[in-house]
Design a protein around this ligand. Sequence first.
Ligand SMILES: [Zn+2]
Length: 336
Amino acid sequence: MAVFIIASTIVLQAQAPQGEPGQRRGGGQRDGGAQRGGGGQREGGAQRGGDARGGAQRGGAPQQAPMAIKMVKPGLYMVTNGGGNSTVRVTDQGVILVDTKNLGDQFYNELMGQIKTVTNQPIKYVFVTHVHQDHAGNIGKFVQAGTQVITNDGLKRNLETGGADGKGYTSAAGKPAPPNVTYTKNKQIKLGNARAEAYHFGRAHTGGDTVVYFPDVKVVSLGDEFVAAQPNADYPMGGSLLEWSKVLTQVLKLDFDTAIPGHGNDPLTKADVVAFQKKIDAIGKKAIELAKKGTPKDQIRAQIQSQTADLGTWQMTGVINDQRLDAFYDEISKAK
Ligand SMILES: [Zn+2]
């Protein structure tokens, strides 16, 4: 029995880190391709060793915490761990869910178990913030259940043709299933006394990002466009560090006071989003300035790191990992 338990734990730990592309350690996926090997950032180190929660887990054994559900506001909850954060909006007519956790039955079942602790209502709508399997992993389970799974059309394109080789996103955990509903710019739904508004404001973390705004409770779920640790721009999936700041300008026009980050154990505030945007904006401006001066590609991240104030714990080798450096340098070199 003891042996069995130990083995189970190892399995969990091995699967846990497969959040984002590149989170798999040597899983050999191509999504990883783009992100794997980064310089030890949230996508590099974080993904290799643990999950997207910054470097905290780097170097040590990944610590897979069980999922937990917490109330953010009456009728709105977040589920942490087991992949990116999920948002659960409960109404008397059913549940609106944002993001589906790591790909795999164990994660799907654990997520459903968490939701059942706060409501017996069925899930009527699922929004998925972007293609990475720690958010999109269980699209297929919800589609099979007959739920409307809504994503930006860019996410579907990422699945089909994304990546440096154009063969579409996949991961060590597998390839998420396609959604059964897509939108281009925005999509609104009403359920019971709640509303949800999905927006694609442009390229940021990926080219198929969705933010989901719940106007009646002034909460926005931002996926990996906003994380507690540091951001990363998935260029092969259409992400862009330079466009990201503009996207957050649009986000900040929404009337919200609470932001659910893609990773991190707590809801954050609009002021936190403002601070996050300022750092991304500062990186972009410095990058363009340095590129204009002819700073070579292999020095650009270190120069940005040393010349940009207030980056805090952010590490440029993770914000732009090795596999994405060419695309980033190309972008900043062409920027006006
Ligand atoms: Zn992601």
